[in-house]
Ligand binder design. Structure first.
Ligand code: ATP
Length: 460
């Protein structure tokens, strides 16, 4: 098959995501809302599986990390202290002629914005671009009935600050000692100027962040530790290792709070891009909150009696971007040979094309689909009984529509790892066939052993 261009692959993925109910454009019947997306029945399961995997490895499997769910709305002074009011900005230019707005570093801009040679990439006018102005990426709203400056609050642009302002509450209530961490999954909002690439850069998204509080002087060691841990976790999602790499931020890339930062990048169809960052945030946030709030946020080490403001190593991942990594990595177009090609819609035994999401079974939204071969001879009754039984353990789908080949293809696109077919033999001896999505091999399994069979296959 000829190699796909980047755009085509993304277009195909976006269309599969819609067709199978992973992701829909927000407010689609009104023409959509820019860079905001809704997760459908399969998408919500996929994202939930990723988030649960993260929570399990970060919170449940570790004794030194606690969970938190802080509110999205926070005191506006939080964002002054954190540097987001003054520093969370992108330089923007406007075209006075066509009224479009661009990032000042948009590669399509020719010449210098604000100068006569600056050329608008949309309408082509020269000298109509303004000089760059700083634009804050935080969404503003008003709290209470009066829309005045004093009532301005922000939708959080990162979940981390909810952790910092609660760090003493968590420390004291959980009786943790430093080093320890706080983990949180939640929505964040950024009024991005150049959003795009599907769910890669959106204006509303979910973050999975963990802040690890350490004694100053030990942060480099912990920084190394968390880099290793996070890469292991990402590899555990089943991502091909050749598609993953590290990127260390140069001095001009570092966020206003960071002293050192590494991104985990994935090779998306549109190029290598970050989907998780590990940051050494020093004592930047806690010291600033201490100053702005006028409250002590230092820690008394019970062993040495030293007092210090902890340093923070942050691991910050996007749940949506990780879901996109998982989807891109799983997407395959294949030629099917052998018995399925002969049974498939193409028929004729000469081969058949299929689109398949080779999702790690434990991440797949649906774990199995149950198919009565035909809708008669006792097969639907047995199939319903099996479906009811499996549903108590797994998210399982029932499908009796169309040829068996067509039903397999639909589940291939959904990434469902197992297809359970109830055929003529099943009603005689209570066995079914289990078809493996990736190898297309079929096992004959006793209906009563299906829960055990699937449990084993779904582990990991
Ligand atoms: P980028 O430069 O790509 O916008 P960033 O460096 O600003 O990302 P961080 O502030 O480090 O990102 O956020 C941590 C993680 O949150 C990112 O790795 C990404 O997975 C996720 N994230 C950040 N911004 C967005 C967004 N607009 N849409 C979706 N996910 C995002």
């Amino acid at each position: 098959m000829p190699p796909l261009t980047a755009d085509k692959t993304m277009d195909k993925l976006v269309s599969l995501a819609k067709r199978r109910g992973f992701v829909f454009q927000s407010s689609e019947i009104y023409g959509g809302l820019g860079s905001v997306w809704d997760y459908g029945p399969l998408g919500v399961e996929l994202k939930k599986n990723i988030k649960e995997r993260w929570w399990r490895s970060m919170v449940h499997e570790r004794q030194d990390i606690e969970g938190l769910d802080a509110a999205i709305l926070m005191h506006p002074k939080v964002w002054e202290a954190s540097g987001h009011v003054s520093g969370f900005t992108d330089p923007l230019v406007d075209c006075k002629h066509c009224k479009n707005r661009f990032r000042a570093d948009d590669p399509r801009i020719k010449g210098t914005p604000g100068q006569p040679d600056g050329q608008c990439p949309v309408c082509g006018s020269k000298g109509t671009l303004t000089a760059p102005r700083q634009f804050n990426l935080m969404f503003k709203t008003f709290m209470g009935p009066v829309e005045e400056q004093a009532a301005v609050i922000y939708l959080r642009p990162e979940t981390a600050q909810g952790i910092y302002v609660n760090y003493l509450n968590v420390l004291q209530s959980s009786r943790q000692k430093i080093p320890f961490g706080i983990a949180q999954i939640g929505k964040a909002f950024r009024n991005e100027i150049t959003p795009g690439n599907f769910i890669f850069r959106t204006r509303e998204f979910e973050q999975m962040e963990m802040q690890f509080f350490v004694k100053p002087g030990t942060e480099n060691e912990w920084f190394g530790f968390w880099r290793e841990e996070r890469m292991k976790w990402v590899e555990g999602l089943g991502i091909r290792s050749g598609k993953l790499r590290w990127h260390q931020h140069g001095p001009d890339e570092l966020a206003h709070y960071a002293k050192d930062a590494y991104d985990i990048q994935y090779e998306f169809p549109f190029g290598w891009q970050e989907f998780e960052g590990i940051h050494n945030r020093t004592d930047f946030d806690l010291s600033n909150h201490q100053k702005h709030a006028g409250k002590k946020l230092d820690y008394l080490d019970p062993k040495t009696n030293e007092r210090f403001v902890p340093y923070v190593v942050e691991t910050s991942a996007g749940a949506d971007r990780t879901a996109l990594v998982v989807l891109c990595d799983a997407y395959r177009e294949e030629e099917v040979r052998g018995h399925e090609a002969a049974e498939g819609e193409g028929g004729g035994g000469g081969g058949d094309q299929r689109v398949v999401l080779k999702l790690k079974p434990s991440l797949a939204p649906l774990k199995a689909a149950v198919f009565p071969l035909v809708n008669k001879d006792g097969m639907p009754e047995l199939a319903h009984r099996i479906h009811d039984d499996l549903r108590r353990h797994f998210n399982v789908f029932y499908d009796d529509g169309g040829s068996i080949g067509r039903r397999y293809r639909r589940q291939d696109e959904a990434g469902t790892p197992f297809g359970i077919t109830i055929d003529g033999q099943s009603t005689q001896d209570q066995t079914v066939t289990v078809r493996d999505r990736d190898t297309l091999k079929q096992d004959r399994v006793a209906a009563g052993k299906l829960v055990e069979y699937l449990t084993q296959k779904l582990a990991g």
